[in-house]
Design a protein around this ligand. Structure first.
Ligand SMILES: *[C@@H]1O[C@H](CO)[C@@H](O)[C@H](O)[C@H]1NC(C)=O
Ligand SMILES: *[C@@H]1O[C@H](CO)[C@@H](O)[C@H](O)[C@H]1NC(C)=O
Length: 191
C-alpha cells in the first residue's frame, strides 16, 4: 500500500519535472510583465569609465557590443574563447559590488553560456556595414545569455514569485524555442 503510494508520487513528480502540463509554449510573453520578476542589481559600468569611457554615451550607458567587448578586454575574460573563471569573478565583483548572491548567479551563468553564445554567433543577422566602431558581439551575447540565466536562477530573495513570473520561468525552462529569446528580451532592458 505505502509502496504503491510512493510509486504514484514518484511518477507524478517525474511527470511534473519533465514538463508541467499547464505550460503553454505558444504563449507570447509580455515583457513589461516579466521585467520586474528578478530585481537585478544595477551594473556599475562607471567602474570602467577610465578604460571604456569612449563607449559610454553621456547619461546612462547603453548596451553596446563595443562597451561589452572593451570591458571583457580590460578584464581578460576570454582565454581561448572561453570565460576564465577567476577573471570573470573579478569583473563581476567590480560590476555588481558586494552582492555575493548575484555574483555567484552571474558567474554560473557566464560559465554556462559558451554553447549558447556560439549558437547566437551562428544565427546572428548580418550587420549593416558603415559603422566606424565595429566590435564583435561575442561579449554582449555573453551578457544577454547570462542575464537570461540569472532570470531563471534569480536569488530567491530577489525573485518576485508572482504567478506570471513563475510561468515565464517555466516557459523558459521547458519550451525550446523560448530559450534564446524570452527572459533575455526582458533582461536586456536591465543591461
Ligand atoms: C578587444 O581586443 C581585441 C583583440 O585584441 C581587439 O581586436 C578589439 O578591437 C578590442 N576591442 C575593444 C572595444 O577595445
Ligand atoms: C552551470 O550552472 C550550474 C548551476 O546551475 C553550476 O553548478 C555549474 O557549475 C555551471 N557550469 C559550469 C560549466 O560552470
Amino acid at each position: 500500500m505505502a509502496w504503491n503510494k510512493a510509486l504514484l508520487i514518484c511518477s507524478l513528480v517525474a511527470t511534473v519535472a519533465t514538463k508541467p502540463l499547464d505550460v503553454d509554449c505558444t504563449h507570447r510573453q509580455d515583457f513589461q510583465t516579466v521585467r520586474g520578476c528578478c530585481s537585478y542589481p544595477t551594473l556599475r559600468f562607471e567602474q570602467f569609465r577610465k578604460q571604456c569611457g569612449r563607449y559610454m554615451p553621456t547619461g546612462s550607458p547603453k548596451v553596446s557590443p563595443c562597451l561589452y567587448e572593451c570591458i571583457f578586454n580590460a578584464t581578460n575574460i576570454l582565454k581561448d574563447s572561453l570565460p576564465d573563471s577567476a577573471n570573470t569573478r573579478a569583473m563581476l565583483e567590480t560590476l555588481l559590488g558586494n552582492n555575493q548572491d548575484f555574483v555567484e548567479a552571474y558567474l554560473d551563468g557566464m560559465m554556462n553560456c559558451s554553447d549558447t553564445v556560439q549558437d547566437m554567433m551562428k544565427h546572428r543577422r548580418p550587420r549593416h556595414s558603415g559603422g566606424t566602431d565595429y566590435c564583435s558581439p561575442v561579449a554582449v551575447f555573453y551578457g544577454i545569455c547570462t542575464q537570461k540565466y540569472v532570470f531563471n536562477n534569480c536569488p530567491s530573495s530577489s525573485w518576485s514569485g508572482s504567478e506570471s513570473c513563475e510561468m515565464a520561468r517555466l516557459e523558459n525552462l521547458n519550451c525550446p524555442s523560448a530559450r534564446q529569446s524570452r527572459g533575455a528580451r526582458a533582461a536586456i532592458r536591465n543591461l
